[in-house]
Design a protein around this ligand. Structure first.
Ligand code: ADP
Length: 361
């Protein structure tokens, strides 16, 4: 059903992403390092899961958010999940014999070895064994919300080394990374950084955009049609006006409506979405109230550097240019803000309407 609140698992349930699905499927057959990025709740996980589900090859899916403990990735739990995922894939596929080489493996990142019956094996070696057995089929290592891997030990360097080794040596493996915090994901990968393990590798990037107004309306109509519920065009137009083409909010609205809240479904959706966003912004604001002040200014359409500084100084206290610049930069990298040049002047905007509602309050 279109109005589910979990990520989709099947291409049948994926609305309006034909081109992206096709580009992604082709990339899985021809590329080695792919990123799938876009705003939060724009549909990255759904697209990834649905495409992998039908993919003619092997895959492991890791949600990088699931291993957070005290602001760091619990490396042991993460490693275990990765190894278990690989084991499960090997068991399901025709690669059972390789399982032997993996028994006793405990992965501590690239180059970190394990003892198995007196012999040492590293994950890189295991992947090499798998690569040789793949016979042309591809094996996808997919990491969802991968900007979080910078919180893996050593700033994620072990993993980046593993990715670089895989990219350079194992031609049947493909690494797929999704990210909502687009700038942070690029920084983490360091493709343009001569000191980073992945420097200079080719990165294939697929950016998911919001639905147009027409497509958003079509999505709502189709979802309600599926449930045999009649909702007036006027109501749907208002929903799209307020939630924009972010499919996660639209499907949340449909779900809430379907669950019996016809009268105030839009208000309830906004409240629920605002709670999610407030949680996501919470960590930033805890680091510095300046993030909140800047977002508040932009939510009020005060959108140029000097205007934002004046607004903060008039309302909250002084802020230096370097501090403001750093705060704006971080907000852009985390995709809470977007920047564009209008008549040669940089202007900021909030791409997610719910973030705007939260910050304006
Ligand atoms: P992201 O990974 O970008 O945060 P998700 O894949 O988790 O986004 O999607 C957010 C919500 O939107 C989920 O409830 C999912 O079911 C729904 N959704 C995402 N993409 C689509 C799509 N193309 N068609 C229908 N529903 C979608």
């Amino acid at each position: 059903m279109l109005f589910s609140i979990e990520p989709k698992h099947s291409l049948r349930d994926i609305f309006n992403r034909k081109e992206e699905v096709s580009t992604f499927q082709k990339a899985l057959q021809s590329e080695r390092l792919i990123i799938l990025d876009g705003l939060r709740r724009i549909g990255k996980t759904s697209l990834l899961k649905a495409v992998l589900e039908e993919f003619d090859g092997y895959h492991v899916f890791i949600d990088c958010r699931a291993y957070f403990r005290n602001n760091l990735i619990d490396a042991e739990a993460f490693d275990k999940a990765l190894i278990k995922g690989i084991e499960k894939t090997l068991k399901l596929g025709k690669l059972k014999k390789i399982l032997k080489s993996i028994s006793g493996l405990s992965f501590g990142g690239f180059g970190i070895s394990i003892e198995d019956k007196g012999q040492e094996t590293s994950l890189a070696e295991v992947l090499k064994n798998i690569d040789e057995a793949l016979k042309g089929k591809r094996f996808i290592l997919a990491f969802d919300e991968a900007q979080n891997l910078r919180f893996y030990r050593k700033g994620g360097k072990d993993l980046l080394n593993l990715f670089a080794y895989t990219y350079d040596n194992l031609r049947n493996f493909v690494i797929v990374l999704t990210g909502s915090e687009i700038g942070l994901l690029h920084d983490f990968l360091g493709i343009d950084d001569p000191d980073a393990p992945l420097f200079g590798r080719y990165l294939s990037e697929i950016r998911l955009q919001r639905f147009s107004q027409d497509k958003s309306l079509e999505f709502l109509r189709k979802g309600f049609e599926e449930l045999a519920i009649d909702v007036s065009e006027k109501v749907l137009e208002r929903v799209v006006d307020e939630l924009d083409g972010i499919v996660g909010y639209l499907s949340m609205y449909g779900y809430i409506y379907y669950k019996g809240n016809q009268v105030d479904a839009l208000e309830r959706t906004k409240e629920q979405a605002k709670k999610l966003v407030a949680k996501e912004l919470g960590a930033l604001i805890k680091r510095s109230m300046n993030y909140g002040y800047v977002l508040k200014a932009v939510s009020l359409h005060i959108n140029r550097f000097s205007q934002i500084r004046t607004y903060i100084e008039n309302n909250f206290g002084s802020i230096s240019d370097p501090t403001l610049s750093k705060i704006l930069n971080t907000l852009v990298k985390q995709s809470f803000l977007e920047q564009e040049y209008v008549d040669g002047v940089k202007r900021y905007s909030i791409p997610d309407p719910v973030v705007e509602y939260v910050c304006r309050e």
